[in-house]
Design a protein around this ligand. Structure first.
Ligand code: COA
Ligand code: AMP
Length: 270
């Protein structure tokens, strides 16, 4: 019999009119639900635009097994222009096994608005790492990763490591957690992300061996296009298994990887 406390998924999404404003989620034991709800609602209210609606959903995980994983190693690169950041992001993706045409297809989609209506998607693209073909069943929605968090101890440790690198924005910690869950998904080759927040220019590429490689400028400030691309193995992908894992399997990060700053790509000297 397990002595682990039962965990609850606490999720917040805030919107104004038909536009999504912010969202965040945690996996917590019952005695932390109250505080977690307050933190998430405070987050929703901290945006410049006041939300019309804040939805908080709480679900017991019940007897669903919770996967424990270590967070990806993180390297934060010091690179000042977008062209260099994009070129190096493409190199890391290609070294992970993504073809150059698939990288190009993802960059183009993220630049132009990956949804068929020309806007941002509500989730991530799934892209064949060899052909660049889009595989998500709904190109406006994509797939949204959910049910993941840091354990209390890992959360404190990663806060210290990220602060030491000057990465104090909550986005970095949450994106690292999301990328970690994605990196352990069946059929995943690598991930590419840059935010759709106009003022947040940083993004990353990630896979299990190279870790989370953060680039400070993957787009120009003021540009409101962004999104995520999950590159997947060619041919033998079970899309339903992948989507079920990403959306539903609870993943708790209980150990942290290494975190460092650098001016060269992982695995290269200089
Ligand atoms: N963009 C646009 N719309 C969104 C959205 C997003 N990112 N997230 C939710 N919505 C809207 C959509 O209309 C969605 O309907 P759809 O499934 O047809 O797209 C609706 O809200 C319900 O979404 P759902 O995911 O079922 O809500 P939820 O309350 O269970 O979870 C989130 C909402 C935002 C917490 C969850 O989807 C999520 O993204 N979790 C990860 C958050 C995180 O840590 N992100 C890291 C970013 S650095
Ligand atoms: P953000 O990191 O919140 O700025 O989100 C950047 C983009 O990632 C969004 O425009 C969506 O396309 C996508 N996205 C948002 N939430 C998720 C999620 N939970 N899983 C996968 N993709 C997401």
């Amino acid at each position: 019999m397990s002595c682990e406390p039962l965990l609850y998924s606490v999720r917040m999404r805030a919107s104004t009119g038909r536009s999504h404003l912010s969202g965040a989620e945690r996996l917590v034991p019952a005695d932390r639900i109250d505080l977690t709800m307050k933190e998430l609602v405070d987050r929703a209210l901290s945006k410049q635009l006041a939300p019309d609606q804040i939805v908080v959903t709480i679900d017991a995980l019940g007897d669903m097994p919770v996967h424990s994983v270590p967070s990806l190693d993180l390297i934060s690169l010091d690179m000042h222009d977008i062209a260099a950041c994009r070129e190096n992001a493409a190199r890391v993706l290609e070294a992970s096994g993504v073809s150059s045409s698939a990288v190009l297809a993802a960059f183009r989609a993220l630049e132009q608005g990956a949804s068929p209506d020309g806007g941002n998607m509500r989730g991530a693209m799934i892209i064949d790492a060899e052909t660049g073909e889009r595989l998500e069943p709904d190109r406006s929605r994509g797939v949204r990763v959910s049910r993941f968090d840091w354990s209390e101890g890992a959360s404190e440790r990663i806060d210290r490591e990220l602060s030491a690198l000057g990465l104090t924005h909550f986005r970095t910690k949450e994106a690292l957690a999301l990328a970690t869950k994605v990196a352990y998904a069946p059929g995943i080759v690598a991930e590419l992300c840059w935010s759709d927040e106009p003022d947040y220019t940083a993004g990353y590429v990630a896979d299990r061996t190279k870790g989370y490689v953060r680039f400070p400028h993957l787009k120009h400030a003021g540009n409101g296009f962004g999104g995520r691309a999950f590159f997947v193995t060619h041919g033998d992908l079970d899309r339903n298994v992948l989507m079920a894992y990403l959306q539903e399997t609870p993943v708790l990060i209980t150990e942290i990887g290494t975190c460092r700053a650098g001016d060269g790509l992982p695995g290269r000297s200089g």
